[in-house]
Structure formats: C-alpha cells, structure tokens
Design a protein around this ligand. Structure first.
Ligand code: ZN
Length: 161
C-alpha cells in the first residue's frame, strides 16, 4: 500500500530527506530547489521538516515536525514517532533517490549494457526512474538500508508500548 504521507525537508535535512525517499515517501528537498520561497510554494498537505525555530513559528498552522537531533537516525526516529508511522506505510525503493519520482519495473533485457555485467547476471529485477533514467536494483546498499530502516521502525514500536 502506498502511504499518503508526503514531506518537504529543509536544506539542512538532506540525509533525512533521502532516507524518507528510500522508504518510499514523496519528499521534496529544499536543497534541490532553486525557489527561495520553497516552503511558501509547496502545497499545504506536505509535512514540513525543519530545524529552524523561526520557520516553525512562521508556519505554525502547517503540518510540521520540528527536528531536534543532529543525527539522521534520530531524526528519522522522531518523524516516525511524532507521525506514528508504521512499517506498513513504508514502500522501500519505490522512489528515485535523486528526483523523487516513482520507479517502474523495467524488463531485464532492456538494461543490458546499462548496468555492470556482474550486476545484470545476479539481479532478477530492475527498476528505473521515468525522469532521470537512473536504474535501480537490490544491491548490498539495499540490504543495509532495509536493516537500518526496519531497526528504526522497530525501536519506535518498542518505545511506544
Ligand atoms: Zn530520477
């Protein structure tokens, strides 16, 4: 199931934004935007992630999580905790980490020559981004991220009980 949660992350929260995209959440990142009025132009349904007290005060009426920690793992835990996100909200590796687009599955034959030969031989499935054409597959990075994210969600569930 695709989660309805959508986010907009402040420039200083690039790692958190990337983690949220990895988990499949639609996340706009301020550092990728050229718009100086970034937070004023995004739609009101997005949860704003900020560490700036002034922004928090100014946008008080908007859905917002005021991030307190420097550590990206703790930042992700705070978002999971405050919004009561569950593992069922997660749709791992469904979104392009570079441009936030949904990925679609591509035919294995179509990526011959576009990915390293040893990768092509080992991986059963490949996904691509419709915007930047990046190709994704379940590599060792994939396993580490699954472990990292599932640990974050498990910890929060335990602490909430
Ligand atoms: Zn992309």
């Amino acid at each position: 199931m695709r989660s309805a949660w959508r986010f907009a992350a402040e420039a200083t929260l690039g790692k958190l934004g990337r983690d949220l995209r990895t988990a499949g959440f639609d996340t706009l990142c301020q550092h990728q935007s050229r718009d100086v009025h970034f937070f004023d132009t995004i739609d009101g349904g997005r949860v704003i992630l900020t560490r700036t007290r002034l922004l928090k005060l100014r946008l008080e009426a908007r859905p917002l999580v005021f991030i307190r920690d420097n550590d990206p793992v703790q930042q992700m835990k705070q978002v999971v905790r405050e919004l009561n996100l569950g593992w069922c909200d997660v749709n791992l590796f469904s979104r392009c980490l570079a441009c936030n687009q949904n990925l679609y599955e591509v035919d294995r034959e179509a990526v011959i020559g576009l990915v390293p030969a040893y990768v092509w031989q080992r991986q059963p499935t490949f996904h691509a981004c419709g915007q930047c054409d990046r190709i994704y597959w379940a590599g060792s990075h994939h396993d580490r991220m699954v472990e990292r994210l599932s640990a974050i969600f498990q910890d929060e569930r335990r602490e909430n009980q």
